[in-house]
Design a protein around this ligand. Structure first.
Ligand code: NAG
Ligand code: NAG
Ligand code: NAG
Ligand code: NAG
Ligand code: NAG
Ligand code: NAG
Length: 531
C-alpha cells in the first residue's frame, strides 16, 4: 500500500533536497529490504532475490512529479543497486543507480534514493543493475499515473493489470550465470519464461469492462510476442508516449521495453489464455501462460496453438514497430500536445554511429561498441567527474585498446542522431538512461547518409529502449537536455555485463544548479572517491 504525504514545511526541506522540487508535489516514502529467498517459479525450488519478501518486487505506483524517497537495505552477500528503467532523473544522474553514477550498496548497508517522476507518465520497471542479480529477481513494475488535472486520451480503464514477462533460468543461480560469463562463455539459452514470477497466474475481470495491461520485458536476453486468446489489444502508451490507438492481435516486446494496451472483456464468458512466447531465437520456442478469467466464466476455452504474430519474422515485426506513432494532438504528462515539439525541424549537431560486435578478447567472449568493450572503473564516473578525480575515464577519441572505460562527450542541448548498426545475426536492444528518443527509422543492411531520406520526421514517438533487428540498423534522435552521466547500454544483460555499453557525458562548462544538482549529501563513496 502506498502512503501519500504532502509536506507543508517545505522551507525546512530546501537544504535537505537541494531546492530541487516544487511544493505541491507529493512525497512518497518507502523502505525496501533486499534478501535472498526460495521460490519455485517453474516447479523447481531455487534461490531468488526478494524485495520486502516479494518476487517479483512490489509495484512502485506513483503519479507524475511525485518525489520518491526510497531507502534500500541490502541484505544480500554482494554489493547491490537498483536502477529505474525509463525514469529520466532530470538534472539528477546521481540517482540513476548504475555503476557509472553510484557506488554500489555494500552488504548490510543502505542507501536512500531521492528522485522525482518529473513530467512523466507511463509504464516502466526497476531492476538490479549490479552483476547478474537481475537473473534472480529484484525487478518490478514502476507505473506513473497522470495527475488528475491532466487528461489522458482514452476513457479511464476499469482496472489495471501489470504483466512482467521475461526469460528465466532455474538450474543456474545468478552467481553461476556470472561465472559462466566471467569464464568467457555467452549466457546459456533460457530454460523458461515467466509471467509475474510464475507460469500460471490468473487475472480476473468483469464482462464488458475495459482493463489496462501494462506489459514489460524484464528478461535478460529474449524478445517475446504476447497475445490474449480471442481478444484485441488497443495500444495507448509506449514508454511515456501516447501513441495512435491501433488494435493488434499480438505484440512484440523486446528486452527492457514496455507497452500499455487496453483490452475489453467483450467475448463469451470463459477463461482465456494470455500467452507469451519467445521470438528471434534459433532455439526451441519457450511459452508462458496466464489466465484472463471472466468473473462469470463457464470454463476454459480450448487450447491455443503455440507461436503468434510474425513468430520472429523481421518484416512483420518492423511493420508493427513502424505502426507505433505519436498521437500529435494528445498530450503526455504535460498539458501541451506532443506534436507541438517539431523534432523533425531541428538540425542535428552530431551523429553517433554505434555498432555492436561480439569479439573474443584475451581468449574470452566479450561484447563491444565500435570495437571497444566497456570495463567498469573502480570509481563511478559521475563521482570522478564531480570530485575532479582524474584518470578514471577517457572521453571519445582517447580510448586505448579493446577494453576501456569509454565515455562519449556531448554538450548540453546538442541534438544528436544515434544510428545503431547491427552487423550480427542476433537481435539487439539499446537503452539510454536519462532520456527518451524519437525512433525515426529502421532499415535493412548498412546505414548510409541516404538512409535519412526514409526517416519519419513527423510523428515518430519517443521511447527509452529501441530494438535493432539482425543485420539491420535503427536510428534515433535525442535532445541532450539533461546534464549528467548517462548509461547507453545493451539491455540484454549478458551483453551489457561483458562490455556492450558506454556512458554519455552531457556537459556544460557553466556549473549551475538549474542544469544539474549537486552531489547528494548521502552519496555513498567508494574507490578513489573515498576520503
Ligand atoms: C550481515 O549482518 C548479519 C547479521 O549481523 C551477519 O550475520 C552477516 O554476516 C553480515 N553479512 C555481511 C556480508 O557482512
Ligand atoms: C507453462 O505452462 C504451459 C501450459 O499452460 C506449458 O505449455 C509451458 O511449457 C509452460 N512453460 C514452462 C517454461 O514451463
Ligand atoms: C489522439 O488523441 C486525442 C486526444 O487529444 C484523442 O481524442 C484521439 O482519439 C487520439 N487519436 C488516436 C487515433 O489515437
Ligand atoms: C538548419 O540548417 C540549414 C542548412 O544549414 C539552415 O538553413 C537552417 O536555418 C537550419 N535550421 C535551424 C532551425 O537552425
Ligand atoms: C572541480 O574543478 C572545477 C573546475 O576547476 C571547480 O570549479 C570545482 O569546484 C572542482 N570541484 C571540486 C569538488 O573540487
Ligand atoms: C556493411 O558493413 C560491414 C562492416 O563495415 C562490411 O563488412 C560489409 O561489407 C558492409 N556490407 C555492405 C553490403 O556494404
Amino acid at each position: 500500500m502506498r502512503s501519500r504525504m504532502i509536506l507543508l514545511l517545505i522551507v525546512s526541506l530546501i537544504g535537505f533536497w537541494s531546492g530541487l522540487v516544487s511544493g505541491e508535489d507529493a512525497y512518497m516514502y518507502y523502505t525496501w529490504t533486499v534478501t535472498y529467498g526460495t521460490a519455485a517459479p517453474l516447479g523447481v525450488p531455487q534461490q531468488v532475490i526478494l524485495i520486502n519478501a516479494q518476487f517479483p518486487g512490489p509495484n512502485l505506483d506513483c503519479v507524475t512529479n511525485d518525489n520518491i524517497i526510497l531507502t534500500l537495505i541490502n541484505k544480500l552477500d554482494q554489493d547491490f543497486l537498483l536502477t529505474w528503467n525509463g525514469i529520466k532523473q532530470r538534472k539528477n544522474s546521481w540517482q540513476d543507480g548504475v555503476l557509472g553514477t553510484n557506488c554500489p550498496i555494500p552488504p548490510n548497508s543502505s542507501y536512500t534514493y531521492k528522485f522525482q517522476t518529473k513530467d512523466q507518465i507511463g509504464t516502466y520497471t526497476y531492476f538490479p543493475s549490479t552483476l547478474m542479480h537481475r537473473a534472480a529477481g529484484g525487478f518490478g513494475a514502476l507505473n506513473v499515473y497522470a495527475r488528475s488535472v491532466i487528461p489522458v486520451p482514452y476513457p479511464t480503464p476499469d482496472g489495471d493489470f501489470t504483466l512482467l514477462i521475461g526469460d528465466w533460468w532455474y538450474s543456474s543461480t545468478h552467481k553461476a550465470l556470472q561465472l559462466t560469463l566471467d569464464s568467457g562463455m555467452p549466457l546459456p539459452y533460457p530454460e523458461g519464461i515467466l509471467i509475474n514470477g510464475q507460469n500460471a497466474s490468473t487475472l480476473s475481470g468483469h464482462p464488458g469492462k475495459t482493463y489496462m495491461f501494462r506489459v514489460s520485458n524484464v528478461g535478460l536476453s529474449t524478445s517475446f510476442n504476447w497475445r490474449i486468446q480471442g481478444h484485441q489489444m488497443k495500444v495507448v502508451e509506449v514508454e511515456g508516449s501516447h501513441v495512435i490507438q491501433n488494435t493488434y492481435d499480438s505484440i512484440d516486446v523486446h528486452v527492457g521495453q514496455s507497452v500499455t494496451a487496453l483490452v475489453t472483456l467483450d467475448q463469451p464468458p470463459m477463461d482465456y489464455r494470455i500467452v507469451a512466447s519467445t521470438i528471434f531465437t534459433d532455439s526451441p520456442l519457450l511459452t508462458a501462460t496466464a489466465i484472463l478469467h471472466y468473473s462469470n466464466s463457464q470454463g476454459i476455452v480450448a487450447d491455443m496453438p503455440p507461436g503468434g504474430g510474425g513468430g520472429g519474422d523481421v518484416e512483420w515485426s518492423v511493420e508493427q514497430a513502424r505502426s507505433f506513432r505519436w498521437n500529435l494532438t494528445a498530450n503526455a504528462a504535460r498539458p501541451n500536445p506532443q506534436g507541438s515539439f517539431h523534432y523533425g525541424e531541428i538540425n542535428t549537431t552530431r551523429t553517433l554511429l554505434v555498432a555492436n560486435s561480439a569479439p573474443v578478447i584475451e581468449g574470452k567472449q566479450r561484447y563491444a561498441v565500435n570495437g571497444v568493450s566497456y570495463v567498469n572503473p573502480d570509481t563511478p564516473l559521475k563521482l570522478a567527474d564531480y570530485l575532479n578525480i582524474s584518470g578514471v575515464f577517457r572521453l571519445d577519441g582517447a580510448w586505448e585498446g579493446e577494453l576501456a572505460t569509454a565515455v562519449v562527450g556531448t554538450a548540453l542541448h546538442d541534438f544528436v542522431e544515434i544510428v545503431f548498426q547491427n552487423h550480427e545475426d542476433a537481435i539487439q536492444t539499446w537503452h539510454l538512461d536519462g532520456y527518451d528518443f524519437w525512433v525515426v527509422g529502421f532499415g535493412k543492411g548498412n546505414w548510409t547518409e541516404s538512409s535519412r531520406e526514409g526517416y519519419n520526421l513527423v510523428d515518430a514517438f519517443t521511447r527509452h529502449t529501441v530494438q535493432v533487428y539482425p543485420k539491420y540498423w535503427s536510428a534515433v534522435l535525442v535532445w541532450m537536455d539533461n546534464q549528467g552521466m548517462w548509461n547507453l547500454r545493451c539491455s540484454m544483460w549478458g551483453r551489457q555485463y561483458l562490455g556492450q555499453q558506454l556512458y554519455i557525458r552531457v556537459y556544460d562548462p557553466v556549473h549551475s544548479l538549474s542544469n544539474e544538482y549537486h552531489m547528494p549529501t548521502n552519496a555513498l563513496l567508494c574507490g578513489r572517491a573515498l576520503p
